[in-house]
Design a protein around this ligand. Structure first.
Ligand SMILES: [Zn+2]
Length: 258
């Protein structure tokens, strides 16, 4: 685990990446790292993510009270704290508004079709949480049922949150979501979506547990109808491997959650 000063540098680095990639504008987005059982290091409110210094960050306890730092705590800290509470395996969180995936979130469309093998291995499927006003319990209530099963979530009419065992991996998951959203958009423009079949998905499940071990909590995408269109709503995937241990509760991905 990185120490506090390494974590500060890491948040500054990935904050700049988030900004430079166009995943946030102005003072949007936030990042955090779990320092230990009781302390979270996070980006402050009202600050561009491309211009932060390590000393700008704040440390909060698990109730969101500021323990250190001159700047104010982000109102979106509650979302981070909820994720850390529900997922002891998570040590880094990235939240941003990448344009294409946020476009899906604003269109009310989940990224839950098995279209690209690497996305199936890395993330399974990306559900759409219903809308909640930022900084209020509405938002955390909408995310809570999805957090145990997924490693990245589209937030309706808002953006994306991704989390992992490190900030670097959380950032990579965010990148994968945005890249996949662009690909899904192209398939939509081309008017054809050739979904991976159930047999191919089974092989990818096996590959995922080999690459990621039990760390990924993400279930498989819905559908797997093996043809254009397919059944958009599909069925919840039943656990097949150690990596799916946490997916036993059959919560449906909230596709077209309107
Ligand atoms: Zn936001």
């Amino acid at each position: 685990m990185p120490n506090e000063s390494q974590s500060r540098r890491e948040i500054v680095y990935y904050g700049k990446q988030l900004h430079d990639c166009g995943y946030v504008a102005a003072m949007d987005g936030n990042l955090s790292v779990r320092l230990d059982r009781k302390r979270i290091l996070a980006t402050p409110t009202a600050m561009g993510k491309g211009m932060m210094r390590p000393s700008d960050l704040v440390i909060v306890d698990m109730e969101g009270r500021r323990l250190a730092g001159r700047r104010n705590v982000s109102s979106e800290i509650a979302m981070h704290l909820l994720i850390y509470k529900l997922r002891p395996d998570v040590h880094g969180i990235v939240h941003g508004h990448p344009p294409t995936s946020t476009g899906f979130a604003a269109a009310g469309i989940a990224l839950n079709k098995p279209l690209v093998c690497e996305v199936v291995i890395g993330l399974g499927s990306i559900p759409l949480a219903k809308y909640g006003t930022p900084g209020t319990p509405e938002l955390t209530d909408a995310l809570a049922p999805l957090i145990p099963q997924y490693d990245a979530i589209l937030m309706s009419n808002h953006g994306v949150v991704a989390y992992a065992d490190s900030l670097q991996h959380a950032y990579m998951k965010m990148e994968t979501v945005e890249h996949f959203a662009k690909i899904a958009l192209v398939t939509h423009l081309l008017g054809s979506q050739q979904q991976l079949s159930e047999q191919e998905l089974e092989k990818l499940i096996a590959a995922r547990s080999k690459y990621q071990g039990p760390k990924s909590a993400a279930p498989m995408p819905l559908g797997g109808a093996g043809g254009c269109g397919g059944n958009h709503h599909g069925h919840p995937h039943s656990p097949q491997s150690e990596s799916d241990m946490e997916t036993t509760k059959p919560i449906r991905a909230a596709s077209r959650n309107r």
